[in-house]
Design a protein around this ligand. Structure first.
Ligand SMILES: Nc1nc2c(ncn2[C@@H]2O[C@H](COP(=O)(O)OP(=O)(O)OP(=O)(O)O)[C@@H](O)[C@H]2O)c(=O)[nH]1
Ligand SMILES: [Mg+2]
Length: 109
């Protein structure tokens, strides 16, 4: 169902894929991400709950995830590291949404 929505939603500009940073790359998530890529649906990855592990573990988790993603594709998506608790990554995501909104308005002028 979610896939049909993502495939057929005409005014979809980008998807934000939320992933709990504490978990190592899950096959189901990697499959979903690769599906988005195959369909040419733009997306970013948002790692959540970054405050729950140390900064060092955050970096290594992100590196690990990038490695996993590079196994099937040469390019990396935009990645946000966030914590709703600490408001980490909030401004970056809001900027990204603002940019997409501008793009959308330009496209539909
Ligand atoms: N410390 C911390 N807690 C969070 C964060 N995001 C969500 N939570 C907490 O996690 C619990 C689940 O919140 P949800 O909004 O459902 O977040 P979710 O990412 O869907 O997480 P899960 O449901 O646990 O998979 C709540 O108690 C939230 O307060 C975060 O960035 N940091
Ligand atoms: Mg939840």
């Amino acid at each position: 169902m979610i896939r049909d929505y993502l495939k057929f939603r005409k005014n979809l500009i980008s998807v934000y894929v939320l992933i709990d940073i504490r978990l190592e790359a899950q096959a189901i998530d990697i499959r979903f991400i690769n599906w988005l890529r195959e369909k040419g649906i733009p997306f970013s990855i948002v790692f959540t709950k970054a405050d729950k592990i140390s900064k060092q573990k955050v970096s290594s988790a992100v590196e690990q995830y990038k490695k996993e993603l590079l196994k099937s594709w040469e390019e990396l998506p935009v990645i946000f590291v966030t914590s709703s608790e600490k408001k980490l990554g909030r401004d970056e995501i809001l900027d990204s949404i603002t940019a997409f909104n501008k793009e959308y308005k330009t496209l539909n002028r």
